[in-house]
Design a binder for this molecule. Structure first.
Ligand code: INI
Length: 154
């Protein structure tokens, strides 16, 4: 049996980060985490484009456009959806997750789901560089791994 897995060596090519402006205080911390991960794995700043979108719901369309351009080896989607008094939260979360999945499958380019879906700001801040780590960092490491994994697959 042979095991195939992606390494964390810096791949050739550009990375796009698509980040939402909604809940900007939280998302800005996810962007810092993503940049920290890219820097840690020796991807230079010149190889990164940051694209800002209004809210998480807009991430799939923009991510699909970026991925389809073939200009990027991966697209990292960052956002934060916080539960409110209505079921709007559920629609935004479902649409964003489904849309990002569809964009992955349609383009064949890894598009990472770095969207926090939380009950409260504090829960999100914990996951944006607080006591529960930084989801932006984690999904960016997964992006590098996926780029290297896909290169090895038939
Ligand atoms: N967008 C978010 O990124 N996070 C949220 O918490 C949120 N809430 O709560 O409404 C949110 N809504 C906006 C949505 O993503 C779209 O930008 C908007 O509906 C326009 O399409």
């Amino acid at each position: 049996m042979s095991t195939i897995e992606g390494s964390l060596t810096a791949p050739q090519g550009r990375f796009a980060i698509a980040a939402s402006k909604f809940n900007h205080e939280i998302v800005a911390k996810l962007v810092i985490g993503a940049k920290d991960a890219l820097r840690k794995y020796r991807i230079v700043d010149d190889a990164i484009d940051l694209v800002m979108v209004p809210g998480a719901f807009e991430l799939p369309l923009v991510a699909q456009r970026l991925a389809a351009s073939k200009k990027y080896v991966a697209v990292i989607c960052l956002g934060a959806v916080i539960r409110g008094d209505t079921d709007h939260y559920d629609y935004v979360c479902t649409a964003t997750a489904d849309g990002i999945l569809q964009a992955n499958l349609a383009t064949g380019v890894p598009i990472l789901f770095g969207v926090l879906t939380c009950d409260a700001d504090a829960q999100a801040l914990d996951r944006a560089g607080g006591k529960a780590g930084n989801k932006g960092f984690d999904v960016t490491v997964a992006a590098i791994e996926m780029v290297n994994l896909l290169k090895q697959l038939p």
